[in-house]
Ligand binder design. Structure first.
Ligand code: SAM
Length: 195
């Protein structure tokens, strides 16, 4: 079994358990982007059990990953995922709340996967922009929040959607970014920092 086949088996097992992970087309788009960009320093907000993180490391063999996860059991399992794929030397799992961790990070990243708490994208944006190198890319999942309302009250759903639209608008109207939005699955915003 290749490492990628092992990853796909771990992904299928996680999906069968109801653990959140990128949907198929978004997963493929992520791999394609990371590979094409030859990313070397990757940041991820929202590791879950490490499936997208491992995919990025397999797609970019020189990359190192920092990934943040609030749930202790997911963070542990993400570490196991990286070990199972011999990627643990290139992956660092920061266990805790991204609200507290993101403002403390430093250094330039050339790829950021934003897949954490959906109501917080806008508040993370200034930090993520500062952490992103010129030429680097921000890949934000779930910007259309199509399934969000299934789990929450109508009011919370509306607020989350407004926050997310404000996040997308902030990226699109920021002249330092060149952004594109893909409506497939739950919506992806891909923004390159051009200056
Ligand atoms: C959609 S899942 C991530 C899926 C993962 N990127 C993948 O594709 O395999 C979102 C994750 O963000 C985590 N999360 C939610 N709020 C968080 C916060 N404030 N800080 C850090 N992680 C958080 C959740 O526990 C969950 O595991």
């Amino acid at each position: 079994m290749t490492a990628f086949e092992t990853l796909l088996a771990l992904r299928a097992a996680a999906q069968a358990e109801g653990i959140p992970t990128l949907r198929d087309k978004t997963f493929s788009r992520l791999i394609k982007e990371v590979r094409a960009r030859g990313a070397e320093r990757i940041l991820e907000i929202g590791a879950a059990v490490g499936i997208s993180g491992a995919a990025m490391l397999l797609a970019a063999e020189n990359a190192r990953l920092v990934t943040i996860e609030k749930r202790a059991e997911y963070a542990d399992r993400a570490r196991k995922t990286f070990r199972a794929l011999s990627l643990d030397g290139r992956a660092e799992v920061l266990e805790g709340d991204a609200d507290e961790i993101v403002p403390l990070l430093s250094g330039g990243y050339d790829f950021i996967l934003l897949d954490g708490p959906k109501g917080k994208y806008l508040s993370y944006l200034p930090h993520l922009k500062a952490l992103l190198k010129t030429g680097g890319a921000l890949f934000a999942d779930n910007v259309s929040l199509r399934e969000y309302g299934l789990k929450h009250t109508e009011r919370r759903n509306r607020t989350a959607k407004q926050n997310m639209e404000a996040f997308c608008a902030a990226v699109f109207f920021d002249g330092d970014f060149s952004a594109q939005r893909y409506e497939e699955e739950d919506g992806v915003l891909l923004a390159e920092k051009i200056r």
